[in-house]
Design a protein around this ligand. Sequence first.
Ligand SMILES: [Fe+2]
Length: 337
Amino acid sequence: MALDARILLVDDEVRLLEPLSMALEDMGCYVKTAPGPDEAMRCAREDTFQIAFVDNFLGPMRGIDLMQQMAKLDPGLDFVIMTGNPDIDLAVESLKTGAADFIRKPFRIEEMLRSIDYVRRKKALEQQRQEVMAGLELKIKEKTEELELMHFSVLASLSRAVETKDPWTYGHSKRVSGHCRLIATRLGFDEFSIENIGAAALLHDIGKIGISDAILSKKGDLSDEERSVIRSHAQKGVDILSPLKQFEALLPAILHHHENYDGSGYPAGLAGEDIPLCARIIAVADAYDSMLSNRPYRSASDQAAATAELIACSGSQFDGRLVHDFVQALRAGKLDK
Ligand SMILES: [Fe+2]
């Protein structure tokens, strides 16, 4: 059976090249010979081979070093290092530096054929492995995109559910989310954390789904009991989302978005840096957007009045550093409204 391989033989023992070349050609191989590094490099530049048999002792240069230079010219080329040196370290170094096989001189043509067969099988296996890996990577990418799409669909549906429940907040969650993302970007959050706070802000009032319409839309003063029902939306949000594993990281921000910096907020009365940073950011963005919107119990403020109110409440209701960043972003025209 014809071997049909493209072979380059590199050896400064020129007397060996001709009989090896002839034997391989008789078996159907395409063979070129090179008596030194320069000729070998020229052959690799001008022709295409599958396997280069390279003697390790080539006068000024080691075969292993030549192999590395030739590999840069043709990364698909496989190498077999040949040597009369019985040193096992050399064999190990050859394989470590990229040779596919190693044969010791003197060798018979059968050993060369075995080596060609071995190198080709190894190559075929490597190609198969790469194809399997590429297939797996593609599947993982498709699944990841599918999951991301599902994640965003769930997010969009849930935030729409809040707005259906409380028409006064139409567009509010989305605007608060946008504000939070910009503040987070300004604070140097990484991409993942920016996505997280954007999602938490989108869902910060999800607990309102569990509050009666009569209380949510009530004009006029709320009784203590009604106020306590409204306040329960922070915990209710966590109760609604906690079965969804993918929203686990958002829960602290949702639970604590009504905490005040001085500890006077709810539900836990946390103060200062004990309040999760994302919750402190949402508190600022939520209050700002609420002040600019009409609510059942009051009409909208303008931007200057809302900003002044945020500044007035720095250190008491809000984290002053975040208010400062937010106002800077507003003045730089980087936020809506
Ligand atoms: Fe809220």
